[in-house]
Ligand binder design. Structure first.
Ligand code: HEC
Length: 176
């Protein structure tokens, strides 16, 4: 469980984790630093600071990325590890549960926290929701396909799901 006081301790190491979360996508650090104090004071309706919310979603997205890498690697392997594929495919709907709540107002780039989320998320909420539900549908299909153990079905569902990740990133994530 999260303890509210940790917010302030975490803020102290913001500089370090900023670097880690950045993943080498760009070098906009000076802007982030200038706006950082405001980010520490703001509390969202859900009780989290923008930094906590953004790091939470980035952590979940990273797990989804890892699961996707596992499946991709196994699909290319000469002897695919079906159990690994099934576990990874089953994890995506779990890790992405509640994704619609990961992007509350105030967690965009103007929060002062390092994020690749583009303002378009809040400017075109209907389109964002549409892409999100396309993804959730596809991810459910991938998990179901994995359960069957049918490699052709898994490959097709993986491609469809990957397409929905890409489609959202193209419009709503920086660097795509
Ligand atoms: C509805 C939109 C949407 C969908 C669908 C989506 N993403 Fe993303 N993804 C984003 C946004 C926005 C960010 C940037 C988040 C941030 O930096 O705050 C992101 C960031 C990421 C990151 C980087 C996380 C980090 O900070 O290190 C990974 C990895 C990722 N997504 C993987 C995936 C995978 C894999 C899928 C599909 C299985 C997927 N995403 C589906 C919107 C989406």
């Amino acid at each position: 469980m999260k303890i509210r006081q940790t917010t302030f301790a975490l803020a102290a190491i913001a500089g370090a984790s900023l670097l880690a979360a950045c993943g080498g996508s760009d070098n906009s650090a000076p802007e982030a630093d200038a706006a950082a104090p405001a980010a520490e004071e703001v509390v969202l309706d859900n009780g989290m600071t923008p930094k906590e919310q953004i790091e939470l979603r980035q952590g979940q997205l990273k797990k989804m990325g890892k699961a996707f890498k596992t499946i991709s690697d196994q699909l290319k392997a000469s002897e695919p590890d079906m159990a690994a594929i099934q576990a990874a495919a089953a994890s995506v709907p779990v890790e992405s549960e509640g994704m619609a709540d990961w992007f509350p107002a105030g967690t965009g780039p103007d929060s002062g926290v390092k994020t690749d989320a583009l303002p378009a998320i809040w400017e075109q909420p209907d389109l964002f929701t549409e892409k999100l539900s396309d993804f959730q549908m596809a991810a459910g299909g991938l998990a179901t396909a994995a359960e069957t153990g049918d490699m052709a079905a898994i490959g097709a569902a993986f491609a469809t799901t990957g397409g929905t990740c890409k489609s959202c990133h193209e419009t709503f994530r920086e660097d795509d």
